[in-house]
Structures are given as structure tokens and as C-alpha cells.
Design a protein around this ligand. Sequence first.
Ligand SMILES: [Zn+2]
Length: 451
Amino acid sequence: MRLKRFQRIGLGIILLIGLGTVASAGTAPDTNYGSLKGKRIFLDPGHGGTAAGDPLRIGPYGITEESINLQVGLLLRDLLVQAGALVIMSRTTDSDVELPDRVRAAVQSMPDILVSIHHNATIRGGDAVNYPCVFFWGSDTVNPASFDLARLLLPRFEDLIGIQGRVLSDFSVYPETGTLLLRETRDLCPGVIGEAGFITDPEHARRLLDPTYLQAEAQCYARALSTYFRQGCPTATARFSCRVDREGPAKNMISEAQPDITLELESGTDQAGIDLSTLALSLDGIPASFEKVSDEKVRVCYGTRIHPGMHRLQFQFRNGNHQSSMVYTLPFFLEIHQGDRERLIREGRAFLKRSSTRQEGLKMLIAALSINPTAPDADALLYELAQGFRACGDEIQSQYFLERLYYFYPQSSLRAGIEGRIRTARGCRFPADFFGKEAVIVDAEKGGASQ
Ligand SMILES: [Zn+2]
């Protein structure tokens, strides 16, 4: 990690969890890594090439975080390659690779999983502070697959050093954004930053001088990855009964207003099916239901029709091993005709007035907004959406539309009236719209898939 604040947080946590005992290193090699075969794994040994000018990452005995990160990374690479995995590394030497370059390398390598290897430090080197933690981006609800991976990795570290640790959101360190690498790869694959221990703790630093210990730490990662893949990485394909134009100016233009949209779910392992009770669906941020077609196939229930404009289907589910899929997102578009926007606003407003038709009204206003987000009355639509979601009991969506109005329409006359609700807002950092791995789509015409 890069900020001094991180070390301060570390110091805070140790007061809560206390010091434990340290287990001996050098666990017998575990070669049962069959599930790793054929997997693409991106390894990022943190930092590099800057130790001489970076006192925050130098521990007792002159050890440096970047050097330990690299040694563990190379040992882990060898374990994974022996198990038949394809490993891509952000660096294999003591070189200074900029964070954006690490992101670029990760994205280009299209990995199944991403692991960034770090070791923690206190600001005042030499403090006897040591515990493991594993970071993932965001929250367990917006990034459940990475959270699952983090929860598998942490106990491996805890067993190794005999100290209780924490799985943490990287927002605990960078409250507004999370870490660059995990943020920019959040929709690519599950990813975590491992911090197996503190280089600044004299006792732990001595341990880190021992190659056998570093091998044991590499095995922690290999075991966690192996377990993760063995439990299966659930995936999904969305099938439209109509034609989907992927080449046109609008994203995934559909040719009908009432298509069958089915989701074909795969558990990612032969040992477990899909747990359909965990399937959570939303269309344009509004919870949607589904009909079961088979154990691994459902039909999306979206009401009577798809309205003209832009839409986003989001879903997430778990397999029978309780391992989560990524959050999937599926943007699509239905062609707009003259007068659609005005009609949607007129009918949507009427529907919003009655609780029985309120959700349909929200869908219509969202569709109208998507048709022209910069129209002179767009701020009024945002306000009505905020009020409508509030009436439906969805405070998060309500707050999202309020904030969109407040921050992006600075000259709106509605701004003054909502100031109090913006100032006191809490917990609305994850509006439903903008996250997710894009789902594979299959359409009626060609039967071909694209991503
Ligand atoms: Zn680091």
C-alpha cells in the first residue's frame, strides 16, 4: 500500500486484536493444486526499484518490502506453473513499474484471478506490530467474488503466523476510491491484495529472511487459489429471443420490446449446481424477479415491456458451494421513436402517483432520462425519481438520484431544497448502475456469443 494512513490504520487495529503466537514456518509442500490447471493468474509483487529512497518500506536487518514481495511472487509463480496454471506477472525483477502500467498489464492478460502481494509496515519501523490482512475492492455486496477469495486467503496467513487478521475493504484505506489496481480490475476478475505480515516487526522480519518461510507464504496463496477454483467460479450467459445488434451506435440494440430474456447459469464446477435462492436481479436499479426454467436457467420478469431507451440488467448468484459469481451487468438499448420521451414522462408521472404502478412509473422516467440526460427538465426527472424510490422504500437509489441532481446540475432550482439530504447522506457510495462484469449475450438471429 502507498499511503502513510495505511500504517496508522494498522496501528489502530492491533489494539483490538492483540498479539498472538507465531507458528513455525516450513509446512510440508502441498502439491494438490489440480484445480489450478489451465487457469490464468495475474501476480503483482508490490512496489519495486525504489527501496533506497523509501524509508517506509525498509524493515529491520535491511529487508525491504519490495524485495520480499518479489521473492514470494516468484516462488508462488513456480508453484502455480508446476500446477499447470498460466501466470502473468507485473514484474519479475527489482524494477519500478508504475501502477497504471500494472493495471494495463492485468487488463491485457485477461486473467481468471488477480493477486497483489504486499507486506505491511508501521510508520515507525521496528514496532512489534504484526498481523495479516487481505484487501478487496468495494464492499461484499458490490464485489462478492473478491470477498470470497479474500476470506479463503486470510485463514491461510493466520495459520502460518498464528495471529488473527482481518479481511478489509480497500475503502478502509482510500475511503473515496479504493486502491487503483483493484478498482480498475474490479469488473475483470476476482482480485485481492495480500498483506501476510509486517516487515517492520523485528521478530517477523527475522522470519522473512528465511527462504523456507517465504516458500510457506507462497503456499498460502497457492492453497487459497486452489480452493477457490475447486469451489468453482460461477459464470452466466444472457440469451435474448430477439435480434441484438452489437455493431450499431447504441450498445446492444434489441429489436423487440417484449423479448424473452433468459439467463443460463453455470456453477463453474461439476461438484455443485446453482443455488437459485441466491440469484439477485435488478433492471435499471429496480429489483426484478425471475421464473425458473430449469435448475440452471431462469427467465427474467421485467413487466409487460421494455421501454425505449437505455437499460441495464444486473445479477449475481452463488453456486452450490456457496461461491459467488461476479456481479454481472448487461447494458442494452431499445430503439427510440418520435414522441417516446414525452410519452414516457407523461405516463410515468401518472403511474408514480399510485403505489400499485409506482415501479412501472420509475422505469418509465428512468427510460425517459436515458433518452436525453441533458434535457432542460432532466433535473426535475432526477428529483421525481428520488422521491419515487423513497416512496418505494429504496433509500439508496433515492439518494443516488438526489446526489446526481445536486452535484451535476449546479444551476438547478431544486438544489436548495435537497441540500440537507445531501449533507446528512450516508452509505450511498455504490449506486447500482455502474458496476459489474459484462455478461456474455447470445441472440436469436445468429446464436453467436459476444462479450
Ligand atoms: Zn506494499
